[in-house]
Write a protein that binds this ligand. Structure first.
Ligand code: HEC
Length: 140
C-alpha cells in the first residue's frame, strides 16, 4: 500500500512539473534581442534561412516546410523592426528592418503559391540586404 501511495505521489509531482514547466520555445515569444534574432535566423547550417535555402536548391522543395520557416522568419523579423538599433540612426534601422520583413513576406507568399522562381528571387533579395544593415547598424 505504502509503495502504491509513493508511486501515486511521484506521478502527481511529475504531472505537476509537466503542467507548470514553460513549454519549449516559450522564451522565443518574449521580445528577443537583435543578436538572438540574427543567430536564430542566420547563424550556422541549422539556421532558419539556411534551411530554406537548402530546400530551394532542389527542384521539388518541401513547400510546407519552406512556408513554416518563412513564417518563423516573419515572426522574428517583426520583432526586429520594433527593436532598438545597436548602432546608428533608429529610423534608418527600422526602415531597413521593415524592408527585410517585406522581402520575407514575399518569400512566404511564393511558398504558399509553390512558385519556385519567385521563392528563389525572394531568397536572393533577402540575402542581398544583410550587408547594408550591418554596415550601418552592427556594433563594430
Ligand atoms: C535591419 C538590419 C539587419 C538586417 C537586414 C540583417 N541584419 Fe544581421 N545583424 C544586425 C545587427 C544590428 C547585428 C548585431 C547584433 C548585435 O550584436 O547586437 C547583426 C548580427 C548578425 C550576425 C551575428 C550574430 C551573432 O552575434 O553571432 C549574423 C550571423 C547576421 N547578422 C546575419 C545576417 C544575415 C545573413 C542577414 C541577411 C540575410 C542579416 N543578418 C540581415 C542587423 C541586421
Amino acid at each position: 500500500m505504502r509503495s502504491l501511495i509513493c508511486a501515486a505521489s511521484v506521478l502527481g509531482i511529475l504531472t505537476a512539473m509537466v503542467l507548470t514547466s514553460p513549454s519549449a520555445g516559450a522564451r522565443d515569444d518574449e521580445k528577443p534581442s537583435v543578436e538572438h534574432i540574427m543567430k536564430k535566423l542566420y547563424k550556422g547550417k541549422k539556421a532558419t534561412f539556411a534551411e530554406i535555402k537548402a530546400q530551394l536548391k532542389g527542384e521539388s522543395p518541401d513547400w510546407k516546410k519552406v512556408e513554416a520557416d518563412a513564417k518563423t522568419m516573419e515572426k522574428y523579423l517583426g520583432f526586429l523592426s520594433k527593436g532598438k538599433a545597436p548602432r546608428g540612426d533608429q529610423a534608418h534601422f527600422e526602415k531597413l528592418a521593415g524592408a527585410h520583413l517585406n522581402d520575407v513576406t514575399a518569400l512566404d507568399h511564393a511558398a504558399e503559391a509553390k512558385d519556385l522562381d519567385q521563392a528563389r528571387a525572394a531568397v536572393k533579395k533577402i540575402g542581398g540586404s544583410c550587408k547594408s544593415c550591418h554596415q550601418a547598424h552592427r556594433p563594430q
